[in-house]
Design a protein around this ligand. Sequence first.
Ligand code: BES
Ligand code: MN
Ligand code: ZN
Length: 487
Amino acid sequence: MEIKGSDTLLLDYSGDALAIACYEDQVELTGDLATLNEQFSGVIADVIAEEEFKGKSESLVFTRVSGKVSKIILVGLGKESELKLDSLRNAAAAIARLAKKYKIKDIGIALPVVEDNAKTAEALTEGLILALHHDTRFKSESEDKPAVLETVSLLGLGDQAEAIDKAHKICSGVILARELVTAPSNVVTPITLAETAVNIAQEYGLEVEILEQEDCEKLGMGSFLGVAKASDLPPKFIHLTYKPAGTPRRKLAIVGKGLTFDSGGYNLKPTGSGIETMKMDMGGAGATLGAAKAIAQLQPDVEVHFISAATENMISGKGMRPGDILTASNGKTIEINNTDAEGRLTLADALVFAEKLDVDAIVDLATLTGACIVALGDDIAGLWSNNDNLTKELEKAACQAGEKIWQMPLEEKYWPIMKSDIADMKNTGSRSGGSITAALFLKQFIKQTPWAHLDVAGPVWADKEAGVNNKGATGFPVKTLVNWVLS
Ligand code: BES
Ligand code: MN
Ligand code: ZN
């Protein structure tokens, strides 16, 4: 599929199909739409009336015509006053799905400009590519017939080769994250995650270091290794580095939780708890590697470290027991009162490692708590930070990306429940405020670097198709991370 910006205006386009936008409650036959309606002897007015098309976000109507084009699609953008880049992304996604369904070969898309022509082209390209991505790797015979779209012309935007190329690169990262999360735990293991990092490094000329168990032992990563103990697979501590050609404008670290499976350990996840979905517990690592793939191609003037302490949380005679005490690489001791709160244990050593790199900011991403899903639902990630500036940067990056994050409090008053009689801290508190105490736990492993924690337990997976997401892994929050690094 070739996507290109074009100087052609909607009334001059000829091809298989034409897609035109309407705002909610403003579906009026004026201007170009009126001209088009006349050209096609009133069929547009007919389809609007018959289908009671109101221009609601992501709604579509479709009609066949004969003339310069043979299909016309009207796509709803939602309210004009609420128009943003994500409205375009979602409209493009809806158009792409319809184009697939009706086997459209070429299409001209006429949507309004948001911010500027380049940002508009970028958002539309993202919507088209991400909506058409379906993972059929694990089907012996797929019922999913790929789209036959050959050319998409973004009408009236002029040459947007650069913006479209940028979107392709970002989407390649989103798709990598989706594929890593989609693949089951017997396919994507800590070894696979490490190999993926090495492959990215080789393909795009990044530095990569994979710390093996002995290396982690030498660094005193007792917290990470405590989790890894029960697994028959070797733990892999992944450190991938992108360095720009000149002096970096900033140095950043992205740290992803990389549990390729979370059984809960001795505090085994019971049936009904979603244990069978716990392949997605490496969503943070998947997004970290996805962001690395995109950043490696976009080549910003920023140094970025991509880090994940990858392992599985399993059960065995060698595994950590409830009540055990682990010592993290910053010397702090942790009494394990629940082996299912394992993500924070792996992140503890990863955060200590990241801070030693002397970076300007650290962002971690983790499918950390069910409590965050209870608080914010399936679509919104929780954000905790020790730095207002970093919070603002991430909020802006997420808004541009169309990925939802919501700031939560790092409430110190909730810390005492995590105190242990015998060690420096316990690894879990009470059920209430569970995503907050988890964030406070992580904070123990950061000294003074600006740091933000994103609990992405909800949005890494979608139960239904919506916007640019299809059912399954979403690649959240690769787009946000890329925007943040580029900002
Ligand atoms: N990986 C889970 C969190 C999770 C739950 C992610 C649901 C995605 C969907 C995490 O390791 C975990 O088990 N957290 C526990 C913490 C509790 C033991 C304090 C939880 O949320 O129940
Ligand atoms: Mn767990
Ligand atoms: Zn987990």
